[in-house]
Design a protein around this ligand. Structure first.
Ligand SMILES: *Cc1c(COP(=O)(O)O)cnc(C)c1O
Length: 389
């Protein structure tokens, strides 16, 4: 049996995989089982922010793998501490908890909000407000946090204490918050899986103001938007707000599994010994990789992200077959006249890999994609979107 047949036989059928086996890659180019080359505008769903097998990341991983692979959080280890320090210095946050994924980073954020509110206001203050069309992960708690009904039906009962409200409707949010005993509010400033929806500036500012005035923990989910993706180190920085908790994962370690929950001064000591933990979280190899990634997300790189973003907007905004384009930085959604799934399939045939998000074609290219490759991919996208159906 070939790989595809073996996969169908032995791997849980939770993924509707594309009919492509990727065998290797370098930077923004990946190759399938027949040697066909693709320009990768998926970054492994926003993970490979410096592309596949980046030299500096590989070197950091290799060096750490030869020094110390894993030892557990019972001991001090240098990459973990250095990464926490770098995250705090670059964001102004005060402490970090490390885990292995976005869902876990959000679970940690939710625990912080609950513990803070319950010890300060009373045990009935456990509710978290999230937004409709959000996505916060696949655990039973983060599914409950995800404001999309379709995610709520399979595994009931989900964790109690989550309510969602319409994005960009500040009055509705305040009305809900007034009638809910709230521990926290959690949101993505650009909703990824929900369709690449950029939240309005005034809404985010208004939510921050309300949260501060009412001592409600403001959690920003930067799992997808974080680590340079939207043209700032973290997307909340586009709004000039100061969150209480920031969760991130995906691009953080540039290809290895690592989640981080950043805590502000206000909540940095909410956790005491034994309150939370993770066996793999803060693993030396993942942290060494993240140190390499984070040290390279500087003003130059972010400027370049914004330049590439402007280029894509200007090329596609008024292109034939395009209804609208949304997003920020290199996190973009194209609403086309054609069906998104069909467009993605056609693009694969022509050697360009893209994602979908609801009814949009979603682009999450590596942040350092060569401009010439980006140009080539954009030309192919334009040509495909104007094809006759
Ligand atoms: C992907 C994603 C998650 C879940 O991350 P996992 O690593 O798959 O657990 C959570 N929040 C957002 C915004 C995401 O995009």
């Amino acid at each position: 049996m070939n790989i595809k047949e073996l996969d169908k036989k032995y791997v849980a059928s939770t993924y509707g995989r594309f009919d492509i086996e990727i065998v290797k890659g370098k930077g923004s180019l990946v190759y399938d089982e027949n040697g066909k080359e693709y320009i990768d505008l998926t970054s492994g769903i926003g993970v490979n922010i410096f592309g596949v097998c980046d030299d500096k990341i590989c070197e950091a991983i290799e060096n750490q793998a030869k020094t110390l692979t894993h030892i557990s959080n019972l001991f001090y280890t240098k990459p973990c501490v250095e990464l926490a320090q770098m995250l705090c210095e670059k964001t102004g946050m005060s402490k970090v908890f490390f885990s292995n994924s976005g869902a876990e980073a959000n679970e940690c954020a939710i625990k912080i909000a609950r513990k803070y509110a319950q010890s300060k206001k009373g045990e009935e203050y456990f509710n978290i407000i999230t937004l409709e069309n959000s996505f916060h992960g696949r655990t039973l708690t983060t599914l409950a946090a995800t404001g999309q009904e379709s995610f709520h039906t399979l595994y009931t009962p989900l964790t109690d204490g989550f309510v969602s409200t319409k994005a960009n409707d500040l009055d509705a949010f305040i009305k809900l918050a007034e009638s809910t005993k709230c521990a926290g509010i959690m949101l993505e400033t650009v909703q990824g899986e929900g369709g690449v929806n950029v939240l309005d500036f005034d809404f985010v500012k208004g939510v921050e103001k309300y949260a501060k005035e009412n001592d409600i923990i403001l959690i920003i989910d930067e799992v997808q938007t974080g680590n340079g993706r939207t043209g700032k180190l973290y997307s909340y920085m586009n709004y000039g707000i100061t969150p209480d908790v920031v969760s991130t994962a995906k691009g953080l370690a540039g290809g290895l599994p690592l989640g981080a929950t950043l805590m502000s001064q206000k909540v940095k000591d909410v956790f005491n010994f034994g309150d939370h933990g993770s066996t793999f979280g803060g693993n030396p190899i993942c942290c060494a990789s993240a140190l390499s990634v984070l040290s390279r997300i500087d003003d130059n790189l972010l400027q370049d992200v914004n330049k590439k973003s402007e280029y894509i907007f200007s090329e596609l905004e008024n292109a034939e077959g395009v209804e609208s384009i949304s997003g920020k930085g290199l996190m973009l959604g194209i609403k086309a006249k054609q069906d998104a799934k069909r467009t993605i399939k056609r693009l694969q045939e022509k050697g360009v890999l893209c994602l979908s998000a609801k009814d949009k074609v979603r682009l999450l290219p590596p942040l350092n994609i060569e401009f010439s490759l980006l140009q080539k991919a954009v030309e192919i996208i334009k040509e495909t979107l104007k094809e006759e159906l």
